[in-house]
Design a protein around this ligand. Structure first.
Ligand SMILES: Nc1ncnc2c1ncn2[C@@H]1O[C@H](COP(=O)(O)OP(=O)(O)OP(=O)(O)O)[C@@H](O)[C@H]1O
Length: 615
């Protein structure tokens, strides 16, 4: 698809230029909250660094004028050299001290900034990750929200400080400018005006280009994300195996390069335009400076200004021009930082669904789990569950079977409240899941999904995540591992329960697929209080003996619990109390194994097919 030209894309993104400085206050508040002492220190150092240059210029004038006076006094009156010299020398010493003070203020500023940068980066990252934890699964799966998060993480952790630094630099330069202006106005108010007018065009162009740069950054964030993804594929151990086997390196690398080339050409165009305009308009500033220079020289020659004043004005001109352009750069930088910060706050202000529920017990304890005419479609997708009604009393075991994509896992996602039904409701002990307190609900339901996480932690911690209250409880790890049939092989690992798993960290031990599944199963057993246990294809990677043992154990320990099992292996499924057969989001058959075989429907057909495979 042809990409629209950058200009159109930039125009298409809403960006209220006048509204853009509104994040400055928030950035200042953020820094204030991070460290009050350092913020005050920054302000003080800024003030000192702002006022001193004008004072130095004044002392400079006194020195030159003092020298001129001394020069005229010394030969004529045959005065003692030291008497003439000492006032000028003391001024020189004072200027030296002032310069040292300025250097100190500048160093202190830099040190504080670098410490604040570290603290603020951490604070913003924590804010981002905290917010990420509050997002619903649906928001995570929304590529726009994910983009926002990626953009915010990439840039925004350094931006708040950049914004504050620039705000202070602006203040510092503004203070310098005001003090310079007091001196300059004595020469001529016009001089002041000339300098200001000379610097305005550069500022305008900088503001425009920083806006463009931000919009470019925003527009291209999906491609940047694709690039990151390709990097992950090419450089991570969990994908490299397949990449190598299929010889995908070149293909992926070519794609990676193509994305870069496309992005780079836009960036180059922008950088070139920015540089060119910056240079041309910057010349205007130089021109005005030299015009003012000529003027001061003229006034000195005709005797309106002393030599000392000339030196001072030239210095003041030069420095105020510097201060002005630094202020303008700060302003345009602030504009850019504000735009980036808008991105951070856009993400942080993403509405999150409040889990309003407070129930820790249902209206009819012991009623079990009910699906009442539940239908569901993923955001922006088609209906994947339709009119599901089910009732499971405590102690009952349910097996869900059905073709790939028939909606089994989705049903479990609704049961665990990762999503809410589009229609109908799910009740636990007579109360709608939405009304349950999330902690209480989590305690009641233990789930292992087929795509469980393989944490690059120790074995024990891999089990501990199953119940955060017992995260480091070794006795509980062991009990859970025994139930999940993982204890045996864990004992044989080099450091037992303390063996590091995965390949990312030092001495990491990789496990086989079936061993990982046993770890995941044991994780589910960590939830001792859970009275609903869900296993979503938990044994697909296990050998037949292990699978048989797992289910023997599972039934033994779930006598008074509700258990839900998703499996494609009918040998496992057949012992469940109720078997539900799903097809394209609907329940098409339900009953015990014998009933379903007798009914000679889909279940019987699929069972026969699998059984034939073993004969
Ligand atoms: N996060 C998602 N967003 C949008 N659609 C999804 C999502 N997850 C699953 N689907 C769609 O929902 C349908 C049901 O998927 P589900 O994972 O529930 O099937 P399943 O019966 O568990 O399949 P399998 O036996 O392959 O595990 C599929 O058509 C799938 O494309």
């Amino acid at each position: 698809m042809p990409r629209p030209h950058l200009k159109h894309r930039l125009a298409a993104v809403p960006g209220d230029v006048f509204n853009v400085f509104r994040y400055t206050r928030r950035a200042l508040t953020l820094v204030w909250q991070t460290s009050r002492v350092m913020m005050l220190g920054l302000a003080l150092a800024t003030l000192v660094a702002g006022v001193l240059p004008a004072v130095v210029a004044c002392v400079g004038q006194l020195i030159v004028d003092g020298v001129v006076t001394a020069m005229s006094a010394y030969p004529d009156q045959a005065t003692d050299l030291s008497t003439v010299l000492s006032p000028v020398l003391s001024l020189v010493v004072i200027e030296g001290v002032l310069i040292a003070l300025m250097a100190l203020a500048q160093r202190v500023l830099e040190a504080q900034q670098s410490l604040l940068r570290a603290q603020l980066g951490q604070k913003v990252n924590v804010m981002l990750l905290d917010k990420a934890g509050e997002l619903s699964l649906a928001q995570f799966e929304d590529s726009e929200v994910y983009d926002q998060l990626t953009r915010a993480r990439r840039e925004a952790s350094t931006r708040p400080l950049a914004l504050v630094t620039k705000t202070f630099s602006l203040l510092q330069n503004a203070i310098s400018l005001v003090s310079f202006s007091v001196l300059l106005v004595q020469f001529s108010p016009w001089a002041l005006l000339i300098i200001v007018v000379g610097a305005l065009p550069v500022f305008a162009s900088e503001a425009k280009f920083s806006g463009d740069a931000f919009r470019l950054f925003r527009w291209r964030s999906p491609q940047m994300r694709e690039q990151r993804y390709l990097e992950t594929l090419l450089a991570r151990e969990d994908s490299i195996k397949e990449v190598k086997l299929y010889g995908l390196e070149r293909l992926f690398l070519a794609r990676y390069r193509a994305i870069f080339d496309n992005l780079y050409s836009e960036e180059r165009r922008l950088t070139l335009r920015r540089t060119l305009w910056g240079f041309v308009l910057g010349l205007l500033g130089t021109l005005t400076f030299y015009a003012a220079y000529g003027w001061v020289v003229l006034e000195t020659i005709i005797g309106t200004l002393t030599l000392g004043q000339m030196t001072m004005y030239l210095l003041v001109f030069k420095q105020s021009q510097g201060a002005l352009s630094a202020s303008l750069t700060a302003v345009s930088g602030m504009f850019e930082d504000n735009l980036y910060l808008s991105n951070l706050y856009e993400f942080l202000e993403q509405p999150t669904e409040r889990e309003a529920g407070t129930l820790t017990e249902g209206d009819t304890p012991g009623d079990g789990l009910r699906f009442e005419r539940v239908s569901f479609a993923y955001p922006g997708g088609e209906q994947v569950l339709e009119d599901i009604s089910l009732h499971l009393i405590p102690g009952q075991s349910l097996a869900l079977v059905g073709e790939n994509g028939s909606g089994k896992t989705t049903l479990i996602k609704l049961l665990t409240r990762l999503y809410h039904p589009s229609h109908g409701r799910i009740l636990l002990d007579g109360s709608d899941l939405r009304d349950w307190d999330s902690q209480a609900l989590r305690r009641r339901v233990g789930v292992i999904f087929q795509d469980f996480v393989r944490y690059q932690f120790s074995v024990g911690e891999n089990l501990g995540v199953g119940d955060t209250h017992a995260f480091a409880d070794e006795a509980r790890w062991q009990a859970a591992a025994q139930r999940g049939l993982a204890d045996d092989f864990i004992q044989r690992l080099p450091s037992g329960y303390h063996t590091q798993l995965g390949r990312w960290f030092k001495n990491g031990q990789e496990l086989s697929g079936g061993q990982w599944q046993k770890i995941a199963l044991s994780r589910a057993w960590m939830r001792e209080g859970a009275d609903i246990l869900v296993l979503d294809e938990p044994t697909a990677a296990m050998d037949a003996a292990a699978e048989a043992a797992v289910f023997h154990r599972f039934r033994e320990h779930s006598r008074d619990r509700t258990s839900i099992l998703i499996s494609h292996r009918f040998s496992t499924v057949r012992s469940a109390g109720v078997i539900v057969v799903m097809d394209r989001g609907r329940i098409i058959e339900r009953g015990s194994h014998d009933e379903l075989i007798a009914a000679r429907g889909r279940y019987a057909e699929l069972f026969e097919l699998q059984a034939a495979g073993y004969r």
